[in-house]
Design a binder for this molecule. Sequence first.
Ligand code: DOR
Ligand code: ZN
Length: 430
Amino acid sequence: MTDLLITNARPYGGDPTDLLITDGVVTTIGTGRSAPDGVEVLDAGGAVLLPGFVDLHVHLREPGGEESETIETGSHAAALGGFTAVFAMPNTDPVADSDVVVEHVWRRGAEIGLVDVHPVGAVTVGLGGERLAELGTMANSRAAVRMFSDDGRCVNDPLIMRRALEYASALDAVVAQHAEDHRLTAGAQAHEGAVAARLGLTGWPATAEETIVARDCALAREARARLHVCHISTARTIEVLRAAKAQGVQVSAEVTPHHLLLTDGRLTGYDPVNKVNPPLRTADDTRAMREALAEGVIDVVATDHAPHAAQYKDTEWQAAKPGMLGLQTALSVLIETMVEPGLLDWYGVARVLSERPAEIGRLADQGRPIAEGEPATFALVDPDAVWTVRGANLASKAANTPYEGMRLPGAVVATVLRGRITARDGKVQA
Ligand code: DOR
Ligand code: ZN
């Protein structure tokens, strides 16, 4: 039975074509087909067709933080942003450090059904950094956890990190490190540099990230384990990664859209919407991030989508929680920073937003090439659209976008998950 005919779509920005989809799988690619009776037609209008986006790093806040986001509202934001799979970080309440909690998150995601929600399991019990959580139990649960992280906190203790890598390796899982030596960032409020000095904010030194990444690469090499470094933010971290990769260490890294576009120059007004961890860095750092992403030293873009209800953000800088929304603006920021300047073509966008993240997260049916016999899991993108970001119009429960009022290029026309349209023209297809 044929389910869907997508017409006039341009795979990876190439020539327009049609795709016939049956039971969630692409059966035929080619022009000149009329729709069989009763088939839903999606006229792509010449939009760019890409594999659905995979986000290795989101905070959906459920359970426990429902005033900021739920799995449902986060799933809406993801579908509208072109995402077909997301990895939900475990810094919830209770923490996702057991089979019970990861299965809850996984089940809720499946019930909503707009995006594949993969829970990330905590590395340590309660994110306490002291005792390893039961990684095997989470891996063997129905949620089949393949990524572990204490994100929000660094696994600072080298012995715990070593054990986590050893266990993860045996489970074919990856440890995603929030690289921040907490001894070096005690009380930190902004990137350590001229801007923080002028504003009187305690600095978060770049070395707090670089030293942990260097240490963890050494540990990953010895454990023959896979290490993923979350939200890298400093130019010298890139050099550490480059060296480790050259030596065959199994390390991957992500950069967030905000660390590609925004700098600590935005902090002068003390608006907590710009507060994020790791902090916004310098223009030299953003430039280095863009070059390393183009080159492949940075593997993926991940949003670190971090919704916070107004009560946590509309407060003075020191008290505000770090984090910013990302799911519905990620593609546009990537177009602005990488595609329009000629650093990435559409194949490159597919690589950093879909193919590599699916590989790292061990998702067999995401990040696949656009071809006959492959899953019909897509993002359709109008690269010529321009829109103005309004936090109040985003699907997230919270509105803490740093791009408020900015005009950004590119829009997601539709998102398709295994042949089902999940979002179209800015609306979720329930
Ligand atoms: O800015 C951040 N927000 N960085 C993190 O590591 C955690 C996240 C959150 O949970 O809000
Ligand atoms: Zn983090």
